[in-house]
Design a protein. Sequence first.
Lengths: 140, 160
Amino acid sequence: MVLIFRIFLGVLLMYASFDKIKDPGEFASAIRLYDIPFSDFLSNIMALIMPWLELFVGACLIMGIFLDGALSLTFGLMGLFFVAVLQAVLRGNDGSCGCGTPGEDLLSWTKVLENMLFLIMSFIVWRSDNHLFKFYPKSV
Amino acid sequence: MNLSPRAQVISIIIVSFIFGVGYNAVRTESLSLLYQKPVERTVEEVDSLLSETTILSAPEYINLKSAKEMYDRGILFIDARDEEEFAEGHIKGATVALSTPELVQLTPDRSAPIVTYCGGGECDVSMELATLLMNDWDYERIFVFKGGWPEWKAAGYPAE
């Protein structure tokens, strides 16, 4: 189960990164629509780095390299996405999610639940001690 | 060599930073690393913006009051949204963004000021249209009403 979650999250992160890498300007606009304090100023740099972070973290999860670090980052990213989507929906924002995941891309309670599910999955994988296909480094 | 989890996290972040910033540097439409909110011209600047001697090098953003002032002076407003959104509601007297040659036919005078707008917020089709008209069709004074249709409607200004 842990391996399935890990691969799923890896594929999800890599898939979500592609459109954002192709068009960081659009992703930066989506970040600004969240109206998070100070996010306007940092929206461009976040839009430039975060998709690559998703891509590399996703690749690490799938390939089993730098797994401990990648799992911490996955949990951090999922936590960030969950909080961002939740606060936006609570404030009545129903604009673009900018999530890059398949399906509807508008902010809604469905998106909040979806992100909560991903957060729980990432927590389970992160806290698990039993990792199959962990190639490099094997243990610390 | 075994890297600790913390070192792995830092390594992944550094590699992502290098790729993100590096890829941005080689892209044709690269972003500035820190976002700067565009300056919107105020109503006090309308006279100088509309002066015949003013030739802009790029489209200028204008705020709601400036847009209303220009509207009252009879300047052409172009709605850059699609026809469906235009049909749902638009600034009274505005024209929907036709194909560029049709727009040019509508206002052949390149020195005539024009205001473009779209759905406000982060929509950028009004700026894209304005840039196209200035760069490819040699228009001299195109203004972009950043607040767009939502701000105009909320202000209760003439709509249809």
